[in-house]
Write a protein that binds this ligand. Structure first.
Ligand SMILES: [Zn+2]
Ligand SMILES: [Zn+2]
Ligand SMILES: [Zn+2]
Length: 364
């Protein structure tokens, strides 16, 4: 996720911001521009993007997402001509937890923040449209559920529907599961990325005639799934010998989980590289000139800017070393507790090539 320059004062803006901390401009994420933008009110409750970078002023008008105006959990804009009161990301959520229960609104907020970050990365890669035609319905949907005594909620994916147990939004619960299941990296965003992997396996492998090449890289997914998972949990996630060919211990339990774990890892890479690149551009621009840097997001459908996998890895390794060193300097644990083996890299490369293909098809 990149940082965005405020159009009015040049201050660095985060994806979640709703106001510029320096010039107090109202902000929104504008999906068709894939960027956080300063906005100004127009007539009829509509808003326009403030652009003092020199181009023709845009005639586009927007509303703010209803989940932002009513609940304060969304900062996305909706094109004025789109009749849906919800933004392109919120309309994918079908079931919400009971907001009358104390703490659920905060959990929902945390879950939506992670979901919108996933949405951005998918849009950035050209895997989902940031500005679909008004009547379009995505197959990808979300439901956010809470545990009931008789029916525990399992985070998972079925047929385009991603279910998230909102208890995962509680730091304490997540930390306990992280230790119990031996998963050094367990985050809400990680869950979204992993589950989206199952959805894109359906779309990009099963339904796209890539089963043969997939099996060559990940193995035969027709082996018994339940048995495989049971074996994994029987050993409390303490699988051994996974490093040579997998990104995580959990990835070893079944080829589907291997794909989803590798997919999630690929999205971590893309996102962190995007963040680093935008900081480079931002610092370079603010060092040279006081004017706001002109770094509108690149158009959608750009897997790390068309980068070759070899280059991606060449940038990735020093970047993760830097991230971990920064964390250690602050007395924190490594933010990136992984080391990628050749076998894991081959799988990541397979995903990179498919995503690049899909992204460039969408651009054409
Ligand atoms: Zn500002
Ligand atoms: Zn929204
Ligand atoms: Zn999974």
């Amino acid at each position: 996720m990149r940082i965005f320059p405020c159009a009015l004062c040049g201050h660095a803006l985060h994806f979640e911001n709703v106001r510029c901390l320096v010039c107090n401009s109202k902000l929104a994420f504008v999906p068709d521009l894939l960027a956080i933008e300063a906005i100004q009110p127009e007539t009829n409750g509509l808003w326009s993007v403030i652009d003092i970078r020199g181009g023709e002023p845009s005639a586009n008008r927007y509303r703010l997402c209803k989940n932002g105006t009513v609940h304060g959990v969304c900062n996305f804009a909706v094109p004025a001509q789109d009749r849906n009161p919800y933004c392109v990301a919120c309309r994918l959520t079908r079931v919400l937890p009971d907001l009358n229960i104390a703490g659920n609104r905060e959990r929902w907020h945390a879950v939506e923040v992670a979901k919108r970050r996933l949405f951005y990365t998918l849009a950035h890669l050209g895997l989902i449209s940031p500005a679909p035609p008004p009547a379009h319905r995505e197959r990808l949907r979300f439901e956010f559920l809470e545990d009931h005594s008789e029916r525990p909620v399992l985070t998972g994916h079925t047929n385009g529907l991603i279910t998230i147990n909102i208890a995962e939004a509680d730091d304490e619960v997540r930390a306990r599961r992280r230790t119990h299941l031996h998963e050094p990296y367990r985050t809400l965003l990680g869950h979204f990325r992993h589950e989206s992997g199952h959805y894109y396996w359906d779309c990009l492998i099963r339904d796209a005639g890539r089963l043969d090449s997939y099996r060559q890289v990940f193995g035969d997914e027709s082996v018994d799934y339940r048995q495989s998972l049971k074996r994994h949990y029987d050993t409390a996630g303490r699988a051994t010998d996974w490093e040579a060919r997998h990104v995580s211990a959990y990835a070893k339990c079944h080829p589907w989980e291997d794909w989803a774990e590798t997919w999630a890892h690929y999205l971590h890479m893309v996102d962190l590289l995007d963040t680093a690149a935008s900081h480079d551009a931002f610092f370079a621009a603010s060092a040279d000139c006081p004017a706001p840097p002109n770094s509108r997001a690149s158009p959608p459908g750009r897997p790390p800017d068309g980068m070759e996998f070899r280059l991606l890895v060449a940038r990735w390794v020093p970047l993760t070393l830097l991230v971990n060193s920064l964390n250690r300097s602050l007395g924190q644990a490594d933010a990136y507790p992984f080391a990628l083996s050749r076998g894991a890299l081959d799988k990541l490369q397979y995903i990179h090539e498919i995503v690049s293909q899909v992204g460039s098809n969408r651009r054409e």
